[in-house]
Design a protein around this ligand. Structure first.
Ligand code: SF4
Length: 308
């Protein structure tokens, strides 16, 4: 199994990803956090290099204001990740700890991220289980609804004795490129021979679709000369970011509605232009707000307002 997997990886693996070609553990850490909920392509094209150009070291990240971090994160979503990155930098600068146990004690670092940093950053002998690897292990070993603990033990038991880093990356790429969630490409798989799922694939292929929560939200546009009112969000996924003031449904001043999906929420967002001055807001020009920490939802709202 090891030989076939590694030779497949050598030919087909994603070797050119920048975080696989760095010895800087901080860069590996940033990539892992960005990739937690975001596609590789998007991270590569819009965020990874820009973030590292502005915060090239853990120290520069630690000394930056949180708002600057949010600004660079804008549009990537799941802003708690940015807050945790910043908090971790402040706790650890100038360097991240070198053991999984110490890493696990840091904000936002779970077992996967700690193991990934140890394996891909420090080249330690440790297994890694993300959703792609979990799917390959489940199918290859014919596990039925395995618990997380079982998957980590399976990963440990299959770990290559020497080529640990390449083995983990190979499993990850196999899950991402071949052992696909819905239609796995078994004919192209280096593990086909020993795979326990190949005869009964339907038992190992999820068909259930994600469940969404529909929600209506209302935001107000309050204008003072060339500036608009913004309020710092105090909680939720946009905590500490600037957003338009949330309001109740209005009878007048309607501007328009747009759809926005974030995590499991499918939001229908309506905008109203209102005059009565709201409490607890700051007025910011559109030029300044472009550089401030705002979410992609707020950006969409501003685009709608400006188009009108
Ligand atoms: S043979 Fe098919 S199901 Fe088994 S690990 Fe390979 S791609 Fe996945």
């Amino acid at each position: 199994m090891h030989t076939k997997l590694l030779s497949w990886y050598e030919k087909h693996g994603r070797h050119d990803l920048p975080w696989r070609n760095t010895s800087d553990v901080y860069h590996v850490y940033v990539s892992e956090v960005m990739l937690q909920q975001t596609q590789v392509k998007r991270v590569l094209e819009e965020y990874y290099f820009q973030f590292l150009e502005r915060f090239p070291t853990l120290e520069t990240l630690a000394s930056a204001p949180l708002d600057d971090v949010f600004s660079l994160w804008s549009g990537l979503g799941y802003y708690r990740r940015a807050r945790n990155l910043h908090a971790t930098a402040q706790l650890c600068a100038p360097a991240l700890p070198t053991t999984s146990k110490e890493l696990l004690a840091l904000p936002g670092i779970g077992r996967y991220t700690a193991s990934a940093i140890c394996s891909f950053g420090y080249n330690q002998k440790i297994s890694v289980v993300d959703t792609n690897i979990a799917r390959v292990l489940t199918r290859y070993l014919g596990l039925r609804d395995p618990k997380e603990k079982e998957l980590w033990s399976a990963a440990d038991s299959l770990l290559h004795p020497k080529e640990v880093r390449s083995h983990n990356l190979a499993l990850m790429d196999l899950g991402s490129l071949v052992c696909l969630p819905k239609n796995p490409l078994c004919d192209m798989c280096p593990l086909l021979f020993g795979c326990k799922a190949k005869e009964n694939l339907h038992l190992f292929t999820k068909t259930t679709s994600k469940e969404y929560i529909d929600q209506d939200l209302y935001f107000g546009i309050y204008r003072k000369k060339e500036k608009l009112a913004f309020r710092k969000s105090r909680e939720g996924m946009y905590k500490d970011m600037l957003e338009l003031p949330r309001i109740e449904f209005q009878e007048s001043g309607y501007i328009g509605t747009f759809k926005h999906s974030v995590t499991k929420y499918r939001l229908s967002i309506s905008l109203y232009e209102l005059e009565e001055e709201p409490l607890d807001v700051e007025y910011i020009s559109l030029y300044e707000i472009e550089r401030a920490p705002i979410s992609s939802m707020t950006k969409k709202a501003l685009t709608l307002y400006l188009k009108r």
